[in-house]
Design a protein around this ligand. Structure first.
Ligand code: SF4
Length: 964
């Protein structure tokens, strides 16, 4: 950091002790790193982390010294896993604050507001400190404290019984916030169950499908920092995916002259920082992108080498234009022909973005060429029927400009993400769980998790042992009352264990609520594609490390955490060990120490093994005289690769090629039954993990799985397309997918600083629409969805596209009067059920000050906790990607006489009917050869290949015995 000369006033203030003296190099000053002119540092120097001295802020102006040990860990408040450093008071052994970790290659010492707010979460007076067991009826709100031993005994016995009785498909692990490279997936696979379920189909499956169908990777990794032109279809500067790591690199690029364009119907902070704000009508983005693609093609701004070498154009011509000579020129000509109707004027008609802007941005993109970075995460891809076309058409622009895997371009996320090596790899499960992977959605990117209540209601299965892990579907998902109904039914959910660091609306309906740690209280390994390099980070329980530094032995992390807060890693080891006491289930063998024969693995051994097998880490650790584990305990992160570009062009070695066959027509290289590469211009290269090993402009997979009309990138009109709404009846599209930057999905209500900043979610409405209804800011509005309604307040703003309304996703948290927790951010509600699917919720009290050990709880000045809109949303499963299409058709009404702020109503019978309507849109499997799913598509927990074939399975969803 550069040295800035102090002003006269600063000097005087320092002299008389009003502010700390940062400029005089006095010998006696206890903070040497901050004293020498020109030596100001942003972070405490590493050599002082074990004994860092600061003045106690609350004792100011007295200079009371505090000694800290600084322990690195990572944030758990979004997926980015930015580096944090915890300041542990050496006297009390309590964490006092969190700051950034400068040694973390992704976040580089920086955090958003949610990182430091971790301190709120760990000191929250309402947090769950001990394992709890339900007493009374499910959902009644009565709990008693139990020990970890009881939880482990009861749960492991029930799981063992289910497995012995071959009811494997009745065990499920349902994850909300993940955040550990492969740990729990591996654990679930050791149980032999097809029981992984995730939140992904309400989050990112739409975008993932669009990317996957192109190149076999399901996420992008833009190299923002080196880009010339950045196109975002979401709000990455303020809240989008990999928020802080991306935001800092986007700004870096802008400071070097890059231009930024954003498609968003809302004037987000990101849009306001952009050079081009394109407020597209929701769902029209793919039409705009195709118009741009055509301009790039027509103006010859495409990258011939990339298109020629890395797209499957010969297949395209052969299948789609038989008889056409296979020349590159014909490829370009036919492509232009495919998109004849996608003129700038058509794009304007669909989106509302002026045709001239579409042309201008397209030309800029073409000129940026290989330095064109793009990202779409949730946003449009998660809002619309056919939302997956948005990322498919966005990637099309990368393909055309050849900016795939380039400096300043956009790489596949897997190139920038580390894959750990485990001490054992369990075999693929021999089951296929139709409740998670129903036949109607054979191409679904992830499990159809948001349909679970409806699938159970139809009698398709049962959850005998169900773990919800940092997962809150009653609140976060659409149609939460259907979840509530099913959770209350003990025939459907036998034993529900909520693993959560904080109370939530789903935990209210569990049988056990077991407290899992926040960021600084748990072990996890993280690696995310935040930029063009590759890193790993170690989320460690900081008090455990502080105890180790102080020479204390800790066996289980709950011994040092607040109360008896534990963590999943150790819990899973203990649970799995007990499930298989004699090793006969084949589970125990995966929990044996790789260092001590026949003994149970410890958590330290688990990580030591991974770190020992991390490229470059042993050498880095050796240089410092440390074990690999101690290196990670010290720095909290390690850079595995500085840059990772053009990995598709890696050459296959002679050893890899030995015994391989080359398909004469496709030039795909095959070995031992697996595709390993492709011949390009006479060289054997790795390529992409698609059937052609190239980017597939033409997708045979789409054709094979009955969606021939979508064989090439296209545009599908959304379920909320303007043609489908009746404006005269007051119908609008509600955009409910955005987040305020300080909110953590359903985990902000335990963070007082964050809740203080953001606690309301009014309806964003353009003055033009407000005028139509006579609304002004603060007025009540009733929004009728397909299954009910909710009553919110209006915020009149020109920051919203006319004709579209919006509501932030992450507010409206609640508890009933019998429930506990999250008093910083929850309304108290009354819920009434008419016994026939009708559910009514009313807010009985807003947020109020309360008495607790935290003095701030008496100082709460905000009363409004927002409105729970999600629960009134109908499920909208995209028939191809499986993504829940979040945007809702709503009928806007002035409030009825009886309406009060926060009122809402849902009819779950209607919700089920609505589910069936959307089910009709599907084209069920099996596909070619009786496959349940394309074999080349990923699954989080990949079963044995035999399980992919319908004919191989018995009535229990198990691979038939004779097949093993
Ligand atoms: S972006 Fe913010 S919430 Fe996400 S990991 Fe980084 S600091 Fe935490």
């Amino acid at each position: 950091m550069g040295y800035k000369k102090p002003s006269f006033i600063e000097r005087m203030a320092e002299k008389i002790g009003l502010i700390q003296d940062l400029h005089s190099a006095k010998e006696e000053n206890p903070l040497p790193s901050l004293t020498e002119p020109g030596k100001l540092t942003k972070f405490p120097p590493l050599d002082q982390w074990d004994d860092w001295v600061e003045y106690e802020a609350t004792d100011h102006p007295r200079k009371v010294k505090k000694n800290y040990t600084i322990v690195p860990t990572t944030c758990f408040n979004c997926e980015s896993a930015c580096g944090l450093t915890a300041y542990v008071d050496k006297e009390t052994m309590e964490v006092r604050k969190f700051e950034g970790n400068p040694y973390h290659p992704g976040s580089r010492g920086r955090n958003c507001a949610k990182g430091p707010a971790t301190i709120n979460q760990i000191t929250d007076p309402d947090r769950i400190l001990y394992p709890l067991k339900r007493v009374g009826k499910r959902g009644e709100g009565k709990w008693e404290r139990v020990g970890w031993d009881e939880v482990l005994e009861v749960v492991s016995a029930r799981m063992r019984k289910a497995i012995k009785e071959e009811r494997h498909n009745e065990i499920a692990y349902h994850v909300g916030r993940p955040g550990h490279e492969g740990y729990t997936n591996r654990v679930v696979q050791t149980w032999g169950v097809d029981g992984h379920n995730s939140h992904t189909n309400i989050c990112s499956s739409g975008a993932r499908f669009g990317y996957n169908i192109w190149y076999g990777y399901d996420r992008p990794s833009p190299d923002h920092a080196n880009a010339k032109f950045i196109l975002l279809i979401s709000a990455h500067l303020e809240s989008g995916h990999y928020f802080n790591p991306h935001a800092q690199r986007i700004i870096e690029a802008k400071m070097k002259g890059a231009k930024l364009a954003t498609m968003d119907p809302r004037l987000s902070n990101t849009a306001s920082m952009s050079d081009y704000w394109m407020p597209t009508y929701p769902g029209s983005e793919a039409a705009v992108l195709l118009a741009m693609a055509k301009i790039i093609l027509q103006k010859g701004l495409y990258n011939r080498a990339f298109l020629e070498n890395w797209t499957n154009w010969q297949t395209y011509l052969e299948k789609r234009h038989p008889g056409t000579e296979h020349t590159f020129e014909n490829y370009i000509e036919k492509m232009i022909g495919e998109y004849e109707e996608y003129t700038p004027e058509y794009a304007e008609k669909e989106s509302g973005v002026p045709a001239a802007t579409v042309v201008e941005v397209a030309i800029k993109i073409g000129e940026a060429g290989e330095k064109f970075a793009t990202h779409n995460w949730r946003a449009a891809a998660s809002g619309n029927l056919g939302g997956w076309c948005v990322s498919r058409c966005l990637h099309f622009l990368n393909v055309l400009t050849g900016s795939v895997g380039t400096v300043g371009g956009t790489s596949p996320n897997s190139w920038n993400k580390f894959k750990p090596k485990f001490h054992t790899t369990p075999p693929g499960q021999k089951f296929w769980n139709n409740v998670h992977w129903p036949e109607e959605y054979p191409m679904s990117m992830f499990e159809m998790s948001f349909l679970l209540p409806h699938l159970l209601k139809e009698g398709r299965g049962k959850m005998d042992v169900y773990f919800s892990r940092v997962f809150n579907p009653v609140w976060t998902y659409p149609d939460g009352f259907s979840w509530m109904e099913q959770f209350m039914d003990e025939e459907k959910f036998g034993l529900h264990i909520a693993m959560t660091p904080t109370w939530n609306e789903t935990a209210f309906f569990a049988d056990y609520v077991i407290p899992m740690g926040h960021a600084s209280e748990r072990h996890d390994l993280n690696s995310y594609a935040t930029h063009s390099g590759m890193w790993i980070a170690f989320r460690q329980p900081v008090l455990r490390e502080a105890a180790r530094r102080a020479g204390k032995h800790v066996e289980f992390t709950y011994e040092v955490n607040p109360g008896e807060v534990w963590e999943e890693d150790e819990f899973w080891i203990e649970l799995s060990w007990r499930m298989d006491p004699d090793g006969s289930l084949g589970i125990r063998e995966h929990f044996l120490s790789p260092y001590r024969k026949g003994e149970k693995i410890t958590i330290d051994e688990y990580y030591q093994y991974i770190f020992e097998n991390t490229k470059g880490l042993p050498a880095a650790a050796k240089k410092e005289g440390l074990t690999e584990l101690n290196y990670m305990r010290k720095y909290g992160a390690f850079e595995v690769e500085k840059h990772s570009y053009s990995k598709h062009e890696f050459k296959l070695s002679a050893e890899q090629m030995a015994g391989a066959d080359i398909d004469e027509k496709s030039q795909v290289i095959r070995k031992d039954g697996k595709d390993i590469g492709v011949m390009v211009n006479g060289e054997a290269l790795v390529g992409f993990p698609t059937p052609s090993r190239k980017n597939e402009f033409y997708s045979q997979t789409m054709v094979d799985w009955k969606w021939e009309e979508y064989a090439i990138p296209t545009y599908i009109k959304s379920h909320i397309h303007q043609e489908k709404l009746d404006w005269d009846k007051g119908e609008y599209v509600l955009v409910p997918t955005f987040r305020l930057p300080v909110l953590i999905h359903s985990r902000s209500a335990n963070a007082k600083w964050l809740t203080e900043i953001a606690n309301r979610n009014p309806i964003w409405m353009h003055p033009q629409e407000a005028k139509r209804f006579g609304f002004k800011t603060g007025d009540l509005v009733r929004l009728n969805t397909d299954i009910g309604y909710f009553v919110d307040k209006v915020w009149v703003t020109e920051g919203m596209k006319p004709g579209v309304i919006a509501c932030s996703h992450h507010l409206g948290r609640w508890r009933r009067k019998q429930d506990k927790g999250n008093r910083w951010g929850t309304n108290t509600v009354d819920i009434q059920h008419d016994g026939n699917g009708g559910w009514k919720m009313q807010t009985t009290s807003g947020i109020k000050p309360f008495q607790s050990k935290d003095k701030d709880s008496k100082r709460i000045f905000w009363a409004d906790g927002g409105v729970h809109q999600n629960i009134t949303h109908a499920v909208h499963p995209d028939p191809i990607s499986g993504m829940h299409c979040w945007h809702q058709r709503v009928r806007v009404e002035v409030p009825h006489a009886e309406d009060k702020y926060g009122d809402l109503f849902v009819d779950t019978n209607k919700a089920h009917e609505n589910y069936k309507e959307w089910l009709k849109l599907t084209r069920p499997g099996p596909g070619p050869d009786g496959l349940r799913r394309p074999l080349w598509f990923k699954r989080p927990l990949k079963p044995d290949t035999k399980a992919y074939y319908v004919e191989n399975m018995d009535e229990n969803g198990r691979v038939k015995r004779e097949l093993g």
